[in-house]
Design a binder for this molecule. Structure first.
Ligand code: SF4
Ligand code: WCC
Ligand code: FE2
Length: 628
């Protein structure tokens, strides 16, 4: 890709970044610049602070410097330990999110609060919970209890591992990565990477994989499934995206973070006639809720709530001067928001006991009093409307797309074709047929964050376009999904970027070429889809002409995702190198040798055009091996 030197390919972001510069307000890009050069030891994963004798760092540039830590830990040990701890932290974040959703389901006392009863009973059946003679609330309680058991049960493997193809389950058992209870695996990483414990980098990575698996096949999957049960399984719908969704005359509330329990309640509260009336009394035309990051994905997928933007747009949203409140819960919330809100009237409201920010107003969310608290929060926003200072500056930029492609929605979409050919409905057959015939070459998941090491959104979008023209279907989640919808890739018009085969598939199925599958925890939907396709062809996930890419990743959660995807047999391309380059052994293991064990591996490539070439080559290779 030609590097134009821009910080972003998103027009709204460019506009507000200029505004920030003119007003002397510091953003993520300014702080990244001030941070240069970044610490080489940290960048390579060669700094250890795991005990009080440290910090220790290994000098790679000359043999005169230390070649081992004070305890004798080698570069392999130190790099592997740091990587494993990041993975464990990522898995912890996603899993704890899953736990909160399970607790929310556990406390449901009214059937009306369960939006997908069919899914609830299906899961009860999958988990061997008898439903005869029990009412919905009782079944929900038992399903929630079973889910909560996944975190701390004393014996047995993760229940959702059984969703994988048989060959994969066997491989996990043989290689010692079939995870047990979620909390146990995460604690084990912390224990085995403690000073003076595991020093064998391969074994450290094996334990990291066990922890990563508790994310994708554990906490994340629990989060997705139970959120669908509670709030409804997403179905296709239209949505508007980018900062242009904020409305000058309205009370604007931006919900940012991750857990749908909070955002769902805010969406309901913002429609409360009493509060809408109050907003009008304050001189506003009404209340406008928009979502950011994964919270944005969750409420957009289920309710069509506009998507305000992704990770690198959170500071900019406040700079519009039009946001009455930014309501946050957990993960990916920049502490800088507290500083920036001081220059505007925006109220930053934290809601989770796990994530308080000095300078913010804290109104603790409690699932059992959700509506009451949500109303209180919305009222804070409404009453703040009159405090707007100076000019409001909302960029015009917004685009429209179709989102809401849960696994159920995809199967339903495919049924349109199956039914016309008198085939059994409810299967992935049409998808497999399209891939087998070569009309579709394969599919790629583009996921993950924004990172100043890459131009904002530009890598997501360029990579997606490069894949579409090669007849490769793209599915996406997280901040990658925001990037794609903003760039118009979820509209029918995006068919113009597709090769002939993909364009025909999109037309036939009436789908956009880039499918929004949800938030980061919803990557679990992709795991189930891959498993279904692999089972259908009687093979394994590693046989499929598919790949994953995180071209702008930054979070520890992304490292956990990458590792469980690799262990599930997927080729994972990272646009930013993780901090493992300090050990040739660890880097080679993760990017090469691990493939012979799990059939998946990491690839590092920062250029999205070259990344697409590498992914396409991988896909063609898999096709050849399948004989298609
Ligand atoms: Fe140094 Fe070893 Fe302690 Fe790490 S564990 S800080 S390498 S002495
Ligand atoms: Ni998921 Fe990455 Fe966005 Fe946060 S919201 S920034 S982890 S992709
Ligand atoms: Fe996320």
């Amino acid at each position: 890709m030609e590097n134009c030197g821009c910080i972003t390919c998103d027009a709204a972001t460019k506009e507000l970044y200029e505004k920030a510069k003119n007003e002397g307000i510091e953003t993520v890009w300014d702080r990244a610049r001030a941070m240069q050069p970044q610490c080489g030891f940290g960048e390579m994963g060669l700094c250890c602070t795991n005990c009080g004798m440290g910090p220790c760092r290994i000098v790679k540039v000359s043999k005169d410097g230390p070649q081992a830590g004070i305890c004798g830990a080698t570069e392999d040990t130190i790099v592997a330990r740091n990587f494993a701890r990041s993975v464990a932290a990522g898995a912890a974040a996603h899993s704890d999110h899953g736990r909160d959703i399970a607790l929310a389901l556990y406390h449901v006392d009214d059937k009306a609060r369960i939006k997908d009863e069919e899914k609830l009973f299906k899961l009860a059946d999958e988990w061997g919970i008898t439903v005869e003679g029990k009412d919905t609330v009782q079944v929900a309680k038992e399903v929630a209890e079973k889910a909560l058991g996944e975190f701390g049960k004393v014996f047995g493997n993760l229940l959702f591992l059984k969703r994988a193809p048989e060959k994969r389950i066997k491989l996990w058992e043989e290689t010692g990565v079939a995870s047990e209870a979620i909390d146990k695996e995460i604690v084990r990483v912390l224990h085995s990477t403690h000073m003076g414990c595991d020093a064998d980098y391969r074994n450290i990575i094996r334990q990291a994989i066990r922890a990563a698996m508790t994310d994708g096949w554990g906490g994340s999957m629990i989060g997705t499934e139970l959120s669908d049960i509670l709030f409804g399984t997403p179905m296709p719908k239209k949505v508007e995206a980018n900062l242009g969704v904020l409305k000058k005359e309205y009370v604007n509330i931006v919900v940012h973070g991750h857990e749908p329990t909070l955002s769902e309640a805010i969406v309901v509260a913002a429609r409360d006639p009493e509060l809408v009336e109050l907003a009008k009394k304050q001189g506003a035309e009404g209340i406008n809720v928009a979502g950011m990051c994964c919270t944005g994905n969750e409420i957009a997928m289920r309710h069509g709530i506009p998507m305000a933007g992704n990770f690198f747009q959170q500071e900019l949203a406040i700079m519009t001067g039009a946001v009455e409140a930014m309501i946050v819960d957990v993960q990916c919330i920049m502490p800088s928001l507290a500083t920036i809100t001081k220059c505007y009237h925006t109220k930053l409201i934290t809601t989770s006991p796990k994530a308080k920010i000095p300078g913010a107003t804290h109104i603790e969310f409690d699932e059992q009093k959700s509506f009451e608290i949500a109303k209180r929060i919305v009222k804070e926003a409404v009453m703040n409307f009159k405090n707007r200072k100076g000019e409001v500056h909302i960029p015009d930029e917004k685009s429209e797309g179709r989102i809401g492609y849960s696994l159920e929605a995809i199967i339903k979409t495919l049924d349109r074709v199956t039914n016309t050919h008198a085939h059994p409905s409810g299967t992935v057959k049409p998808l497999v047929d399209a891939i087998k015939s070569g009309v579709l070459r394969g599919a790629v998941a583009i996921v993950g964050c924004n990172n100043h090491k890459q131009p904002h959104d530009s890598c997501h979008v360029t990579l997606a376009k490069e894949l579409l023209k090669r007849d490769i279907l793209v599915v996406t989640t997280g901040c990658g999904a925001h990037a794609c919808v903003k760039a118009g890739l979820m509209s029918d018009d995006a068919r113009k970027y597709c090769g002939k085969g993909l364009a025909t598939v999109c037309e036939l199925l009436d789908i956009p070429p880039v499918l929004h599958m949800g938030s980061c925890v919803d990557i679990s939907r992709i795991l189930v889809l891959l498993s279904e396709v692999a089972k259908y062809i009687g093979g394994d996930i590693s046989d499929l002409p598919v790949a994953a890419a995180a071209p702008e990743w930054m979070s520890e959660k992304a490292q956990a995702i990458g590792l469980y995807a690799v262990a599930s047999g997927v080729y994972v391309l990272l646009g930013v190198a993780p901090a493992v380059t300090g050990s040739e052994n660890v880097a080679t293991y993760l990017t090469k040798d691990i493939e012979s064990v799990f059939g998946g591996r990491f690839e590092i490539e920062s250029d999205p055009v070259k990344a697409a070439e590498k992914i396409a080559a991988h896909i063609e290779n898999k096709r050849k091996r399948l004989g298609i």
